[in-house]
Design a protein around this ligand. Structure first.
Ligand SMILES: Nc1ncnc2c1ncn2[C@@H]1O[C@H](COP(=O)(O)OP(=O)(O)OP(=O)(O)O)[C@@H](O)[C@H]1O
Length: 299
């Protein structure tokens, strides 16, 4: 369990993290989603004691990270795969992690196997690793202490499609065994396929949170018609809020039944009527973060 309570972190006048509250629960993968500069990394750095909060707190398994006696046995962390010591081999990196945590060195081979780094690759220096290999090594280091909680910042960066699928299955298995996973991403589709719960952040503030299913359900209905102006009037007359989609339709804040009835009552023939589901999450993400993303601000 990870709990973040009324957390703020200021850099000079900038509120990088602004009164953020959420939790990540055991048995679930929680996706921490937001555009560049939203405050994801800062929040995660506070969680693992690398950055002090300006206000509020973050606890892992009921305690501040700094108060965990042997944190690697409870929380696996991967914040920046490129920050690993470039002069060490993969195997050395894992041996040091195992020694620091007081683990048998047999864990090193187990972890190399888990993340599919070969014997030869494990013998190479990290400076010669690709980003994807560094991510695998970082995940191996995070998992070596057999922790209950995983905190991963953009773990899919640099992984090829097969690597992304592998990681997805690994994290799913971890959560299914009762583990807590928090992973950040600015890649909506990556998060959408893996996460059970979502926390969306923009400009340091939480803009939406809930189960993925709840957020998808609240994404509304896609509706299109040849007579798009008439459709707009019909929906407005029924008190249904809409956002334009393309030049012939809307995303409506209502379920398809209501939208269909409103169009039917006004005699507007429809081209399309469906729940927004998967496609809606992207739109919701862009909408929720429109005030906060660079593109939104520029627009
Ligand atoms: N040490 C620091 N000093 C000053 N400003 C900082 C520092 N660390 C982060 N910031 C600022 O805080 C804000 C949030 O940054 P953060 O790295 O947490 O965002 P992020 O959501 O992880 O973004 P990305 O997806 O690009 O990694 C940004 O405006 C960033 O410039």
């Amino acid at each position: 369990m990870i709990k973040v309570t009324e957390l703020s972190r200021l850099y000079g006048g900038l509120r990088a993290v602004d009164d953020v509250t959420f939790s990540a629960r055991p048995g679930r993968v929680t996706g921490f989603l937001g555009p560049n500069g939203a405050g994801k990394s800062t929040t995660m750095r506070v969680m693992v004691g690398l950055t002090p909060p300006s206000a509020g707190q973050a606890t892992v398994l009921g305690r501040r990270y700094a108060d965990l006696p042997n944190p690697g046995l409870e929380v696996g962390v991967l914040l920046d795969a490129s920050a690993q010591h470039a002069g060490r081999t993969g195997r050395e990196t894992l041996r040091i992690a195992a020694r620091t945590m007081g683990l048998p060195l047999s864990r090193v081979d187990e972890m190399l196997d888990t993340v599919s780094l070969t014997e030869t690759e494990a013998g190479r220096r990290v400076r010669h690793y690709s980003l994807g290999m560094r991510q695998r090594l970082g995940i191996a280091t995070a998992l070596i202490g057999d922790p209950e909680v995983l905190i991963l910042d953009e773990p899919a960066n640099g992984l090829d499609p097969a690597g992304i699928r592998w990681m997805r299955e690994l994290l799913r298995g971890f959560a299914n065994r009762g583990g807590t996973v928090l992973l950040s991403s600015h890649l909506l589709h990556e998060i959408e396929v893996i996460a059970d719960d979502l926390v969306v952040i923009g400009n340091g503030r939480i803009v939406a949170q809930g189960t993925k299913d709840e957020l998808l359900a609240s994404a509304g209905t896609i509706v299109r018609a040849g007579a798009v102006a008439d459709l707009g009037s019909a929906l407005a007359a029924s008190g249904i809020k809409v956002v334009p989609m393309g030049d012939d339709g809307f995303r409506a804040d209502a379920d398809p039944d209501e939208v269909g009835k409103a169009a039917h009552a006004a005699g507007v023939p429809l081209r399309e009527l469906r729940t927004a589901d998967g496609a809606g999450l992207e739109e919701m993400f862009l909408e929720l973060t429109a005030d906060t993303s660079r593109e939104g601000a520029a627009a």
